[in-house]
Design a protein around this ligand. Structure first.
Ligand SMILES: Nc1ncnc2c1ncn2[C@@H]1O[C@H](COP(=O)(O)OP(=O)(O)O)[C@@H](O)[C@H]1O
Ligand SMILES: [Mg+2]
Length: 207
C-alpha cells in the first residue's frame, strides 16, 4: 500500500509500495529518520488513515470495508497506543487514566501499575509524576485491555536512555500480543523479532 499526501500540488509519498505482514506475537521495530514515514506507517497499520493505493487488512478484514465505528471499536478494544508525549487526562488520577481504556477493573489496573512501578503513585494526578512515570502510566494503560497489537510511536524519544529502555522492556515483557515500535534509537530494538528501516516512505527489512 501507499500513502500519498499533497503538498502545494506536489505528491509526497509518506509510504511507498509497502508490503508488510505483522505476525500475531511479533515485536517489530521501525527505524528511520524524521519525515521518513514511520508515523504514517503506524496510522495505516492501525486503520487511522486510509491508504491512497492498495489495502490494509487486520485479521483478514479490509479496513476499507469497516465503518468508522467498527475501526474505532477495534482500536479501543484490540489495539493499544503509546505516543512520544505521554497523553494523560490531567483531571483524572493515574489509575483512572488506566481504567479509561475499558474493561472496568481497578484491580487489574493496580496490578499493572505495580508492574510498571507506579503502585504507590496510582492515586496521584499526572501533574505530580515525572516524564518517565507518565510514560509508564501510558504503558500500563496500553497494556490494560490486553491488546492484540500495541503501536508505539517514538515512546522513548522524550525520555533519557535508561528510562526509555525500561519503557520498551515493560512493553515487550508484559504484552500479550504483537508490538510495533517506531524509534530513532536502534539500541531500543535489541530484542525485536524484526527491524524495518524506512527511508522516504520505502520500507526495507534489516533483520
Ligand atoms: N497531513 C500531512 N500533509 C502533508 N504531508 C504530510 C502530512 N503528514 C505527514 N506528511 C509528510 O509525510 C512524510 C512522512 O511523515 P511522517 O509519517 O510523520 O514521518 P516520521 O514519523 O518518520 O517523522 C513527511 O514528509 C511529512 O512531511
Ligand atoms: Mg513520526
Amino acid at each position: 500500500m501507499s500513502l500519498v499526501y499533497e503538498d502545494h500540488g506536489r505528491e509526497v509519498f509518506a509510504c511507498r509500495d509497502v508490503d508488510l505482514e505483522v505476525g500475531a506475537n511479533q515485536f517489530v521495530g521501525v527505524l528511520g529518520p524524521s519525515g521518513s514515514g514511520k508515523s504514517s506507517l503506524l496510522y495505516l497499520l492501525s486503520g487511522l488513515k486510509d491508504p491512497s493505493l492498495g489495502r490494509v487488512l487486520y485479521g483478514g478484514n479490509d479496513y476499507s470495508q469497516m465503518t468508522e465505528g467498527e475501526r474505532g471499536e477495534l482500536r479501543l478494544r484490540k489495539f493499544g497506543f503509546v505516543f512520544q508525549q505521554p497523553f494523560l487526562l490531567g483531571y483524572l488520577s493515574v489509575i483512572e487514566n488506566v481504567v479509561l481504556a475499558g474493561a472496568n477493573s481497578r484491580g487489574r489496573a493496580l496490578d499493572l501499575l505495580d508492574r510498571v512501578g507506579l503502585r504507590e503513585k496510582a492515586h496521584r494526578m499526572p501533574s505530580a509524576l515525572s516524564g518517565g512515570e507518565k510514560q509508564r502510566a501510558c504503558v500500563a494503560r496500553a497494556l490494560y485491555t490486553e491488546p492484540e497489537v500495541i503501536f508505539a510511536d517514538e515512546p522513548t524519544a522524550s525520555l533519557d536512555h535508561t528510562t526509555g529502555e525500561n519503557v520498551i522492556d515493560l512493553l515487550r515483557t508484559l504484552r500479550k500480543g504483537a508490538l510495533v515500535v517506531v524509534t530513532h534509537d536502534p539500541s531500543m530494538l535489541e530484542d525485536a523479532n524484526r527491524v524495518l528501516r524506512m527511508e522516504e516512505g520505502v520500507v526495507t527489512e534489516v533483520v
